[in-house]
Ligand binder design. Sequence first.
Ligand code: FSO
Ligand code: SF4
Length: 556
Amino acid sequence: MFCHQCQETMKNTGCSMKQGMCGKTAEVANLQDLFVWGLKGVSVWGVKAKEFGIYDNEAGFFIDKGLFSTITNANFDREDFIGFIKKGIDIRDRLKDEFLKAYKQKNGTNFSLPVPECATWVPADDKDLLAKADSGAGGWLEIEDEDERSLKALVLYGLKGISAYAEHAYQITKSCREIFEFLMEALATLVDETKSQDDLFALVLKTGEMGVKTMALLDDANTTAYGNPEITQVNIGVGKNPGILVTGHDLVDLEDLLEQTKDQGIDVYTHSEMLPAHYYPKLKQYSHLFGNYGNAWWLQKEEMAKFNGPVLFTSNCLVPTKAAYKDKLFTTGAVGFDGTPHIPDREEGGKKDFSAIIKMAKTCDPPEELETGQITGGFGHNQVMALADKIIEAVKSGAIKRFIVMGGCDGRQKNREYYTQVAKALPKDAVILTAGCAKYKYIKLDLGDIGGIPRVLDAGQCNDCYSLAVVAMELQKAFGLEDINDLPISFDIAWYEQKAVLVLLALLSLGLKGIRLGPTLPGFLSPGIANALVEKFDIKPITTPEEDVAAMMAGN
Ligand code: FSO
Ligand code: SF4
């Protein structure tokens, strides 16, 4: 195996032993590489078919959900990937046949140009499939040039981020054609030997642009379905009823579960990235959406053991466990874990069936109390703009000197305490804008407010970094600034997995410069590509909290 897609990769270089730092086995890592290689094969034919006006939505969604399932901490199930690889070959060959037919119809001859191996490979049997995976087919080590590997990794990880956000949007909109077609175009480019490094660099930027579009689509889907997030106090204590804990990012799953648990004597709790569900008017109407339990994903082993009730994973981050509470885990969507029951997808127009979870919850004790109090959040772009007059006045009067965007991910590594220290060290006239599970490093600190505006404004999930970008663009307009970088705003982004890579590319595509990225720069960036990003976008590594706070407050 060789995997370097997340921030916790071994020695910031790559996980290459029997198992990754996240618990992914070498076998699953190799199967994921082979599966993504197969998705490139589907895409090769998808791009060609497009020239003949052929669009296959099933193939598009399969690619999207497939990429999502290979994101860090999503699916650890070897059987799933073996099945996905075979299904990918079926879909690929169907698309290929459609293209070949259309080609012959138009040209009168058979298509005979060469295509990459991923577009034609068929395993003789399961043994052959496993041997191919074991050989490292489709893995990064097949690419010799480190800059090419680095650019292709930036693109692929950005695409994985797009696929996650598009999959959530698709559950609401049922239409993501432009995004699915882009995934195919980009994946096919990754196996196109004629492309230069300049082409790949351009594709990195285009991935960022599509990231903005995808996050905008998800924002529109969420706010249309559930209303605009509004200021909300979320209980972090526990009640007396048995509970179901819902984690991940899929709001539709949560809504289905809330409907099915009405008047059942069960409380539903959010966990980690599901916290922002409380901010949506339509979801907070459910009185049994009780509160938020625990912290960011990486503390789940300790915290879920104390929850007592079943836990539903609607997306990453899942930490593999053999602990007693393993028997209470359920997965759905792109998540999977060997031996853990998986709630199937909803039928067209239907709901997912959560009865097994509900039945289990009724036999469980109420959750053990971890803490008491509340978290305040709900500062999506609509809510922040409703406060715009107050905010602009505070900036003009000097009461707010600077905004610091600290969105992104949380993680296990000790050095992430930097983010708590930055939050504490920022002067009282600085406001933190946040989104994603990075917030757990400071959302429970009492940092006070500025004239009634809290000093930590939580927009929502990591995809809601889009909301923070919208706020920045609105403030730029309000202050009549030519360049968004002239705003009194600094970016101190924490990354962990591939959605955060996409968020970074999206922010770069909006023209934002001088972003700090930590706790480490991605291990998949070669020195050459890291330098190119520094030169073009002035990306900075983090230093010490004191130094960075001083620099950001001075506008650097
Ligand atoms: Fe966190 Fe995990 Fe939202 Fe990520 S829960 S780390 S960027 O999956 O998706 O912020
Ligand atoms: Fe290693 Fe991260 Fe890949 Fe897991 S996802 S194998 S921790 S690089």
